[in-house]
Every structure is written in C-alpha cells, then in structure tokens.
Design a protein around this ligand. Sequence first.
Ligand code: FES
Length: 168
Amino acid sequence: MEQSTERLKPATGPHLVGRREDLVKAKRSFRTLEGRDVLVLSHQGTFYAMDYHCYHAGGPLQNGDIEELAGKLCIVCPKHKYKICLADGEGLYKAPSSQASESTSGWLSKGIKQRVHTVTETDGDVYVTLSRVSGFIDSDYFQGEKGKIAREKFEAEEAEKKSKAGKC
Ligand code: FES
C-alpha cells in the first residue's frame, strides 16, 4: 500500500466533540478534527475514538458491530468484516487451525492498523486529542484529499468487479 505523504500537523487539541449525554445517545458520531475524519464511539459507558475510514479499503466504520474477540472489544468493519480493537487499533484475524491457541481463542494480531485517538471528559464535555504517534499507520492512507481519491478508487474497482461477476 502506498503511504500517504500527508503528515499530522502539530497538536492543537483537545477538541470538544460534544456533551456526554448526546454522544451516549448517538452511540456513534462523526467528527472532522484538523482535517481528519474521526469516529467517536460510546460503548458500555466508555468512549473511544479512531480514524473513521477502515485501514483495509477505507470503508466507513460508523455502522460496525462491536464484538469481544480474544478478550478485546473490537469493531467489525461492515464492508469486509475486518476486526479492529477499539482500545489500540490492533487488527485481528482468525488464525489458521494450526496456529490457533486457547489463550487467543483462535485470534491473532496483525499489529496496529487503525489510528486511535485519546478521549477525555471534563464536567460532561467530551474531548478528543488526535494521536501523535509518529510513523505511518495503515488507516492514515485514507485520510485527507488523497485518501478521498483512494477511497473512491476502491469503490469504483469493487463496483466493476461486481458488475463483471454479474455478467458471468
Ligand atoms: S474496508 Fe473495512 S474491511 Fe474492507
């Protein structure tokens, strides 16, 4: 995957993203912070924030189900069902039976794939501070203008594949 040349700018956050009660009610909220598309999630009383576009092909994570896998809460991307840990953006995949172990319930790590951001709360106001972890994380690719073009390209390729499959 080609790396984005767009870099995170110096920190200006934390950014106010809403009132606790509103975000809990909404469960999933989309925000653009410093030009970055971010998903703010409320799940079982805890807030999480991560890049809005899935690291795999840029699919929107907003309507992904939450599942517990190997003891970790993960969002399941609605597009191709990739699993992403809410806490740290780790990608999980089902181990081939030869590598499966009881401790991981058959799930293995791909490493950190999705950039996650820090959520804090003061007097019922919820803030997101963008991650400043240096180095490229796969979900960076789908941010900004270049990311938009990449997402549209993936969409077009998938539509073409579906159209060809329909003709067979
Ligand atoms: S775009 Fe998320 S799994 Fe493919």
